[in-house]
Design a protein around this ligand. Structure first.
Ligand code: DX5
Ligand code: ZN
Length: 224
């Protein structure tokens, strides 16, 4: 299990400090949301934020593109320092060509599914993907609640991935908290993106610690 700290609701007046805090909590992955005001009803960040953070951390920089036309920005985000770029399955562009472009730039590639998009939508791309990102809320804003329908997609995706014989982690994003970590981990999540579930909480170190314990307990129960 990996926890990725989402910067969307962090304190943007002190982005460097937010990244350092995530490192102090023991996290190795930073999640950057990018929104174009078209694919989602919000605007966020841009590549300059990724580039600003790159020199201050060795954490894996996970860039989530909620853009209608991500192809135009792949080179920019890789040059900014992204380690993974995730695009959305719902866009109209040539998805295989975009994945190819991400890989050609030496970056990992993921595809994300919105709440209403069925798991089946990911099947044509599984052979080439490094990650599948399952939205647990409608993308655009932090601080929402996870939906049961989205959690129900996780075991289906897990099975679909297992059938390929490849190890592709499933990342869940939106509404992930200490309270529902067990549920999503048991359903098949490998990477948990957390924004408001960490930033703004009084003791994020304890939350991360407890979530690791939940994960260990889950591993022990599946081994038995
Ligand atoms: C939502 C974003 C998420 C968001 C998660 O559109 O993709 O990454 O930051 O925030 P929380 O964890 O607060 O729901
Ligand atoms: Zn995200």
């Amino acid at each position: 299990m990996e926890i990725a700290a989402s910067m969307l609701n962090a304190n943007l007046l002190n982005l460097g400090e937010d990244v350092r805090m995530a490192e102090q909590w023991g996290l190795r992955m930073i999640h950057f949301d990018q929104m174009d005001g078209h694919f989602v009803p919000n605007i966020a960040f841009g590549p300059a934020f990724v580039a600003a953070v790159r020199p201050i951390t060795s954490c894996f920089l996970d860039v989530h593109l909620m853009l209608s036309d991500p192809m135009r920005f792949i080179d920019t985000f890789v040059d900014a320092g992204a380690d993974n770029i995730t695009i959305h399955a719902e866009i109209e562009g040539d998805i295989p060509a975009i994945i190819k472009e991400i890989h050609a730039k030496g970056c990992k590639a993921g595809i994300s599914l919105n709440p209403e998009t069925p798991p089946e939508a990911i099947r044509p791309y599984l052979a080439d993907l490094d990650m599948v990102l399952v939205m647990m809320v409608h993308p655009g804003f932090g601080g929402q609640h996870i939906s049961d329908e989205c959690v129900a997609k996780l075991p289906v995706l897990k099975q679909m991935i297992a059938e390929t014989g490849r190890e592709i982690p499933i990342e869940v994003d939106g509404g992930i908290k200490r309270e529902n970590a067990e549920r999503v981990l048991e359903a098949g999540a490998d990477i948990l993106v957390m924004g408001t579930g960490l930033y703004g909480e009084p003791d994020p170190t304890a939350i991360v610690h407890e979530m690791r314990e939940v994960w260990n307990a889950h591993l022990n129960s599946t081994r038995r």
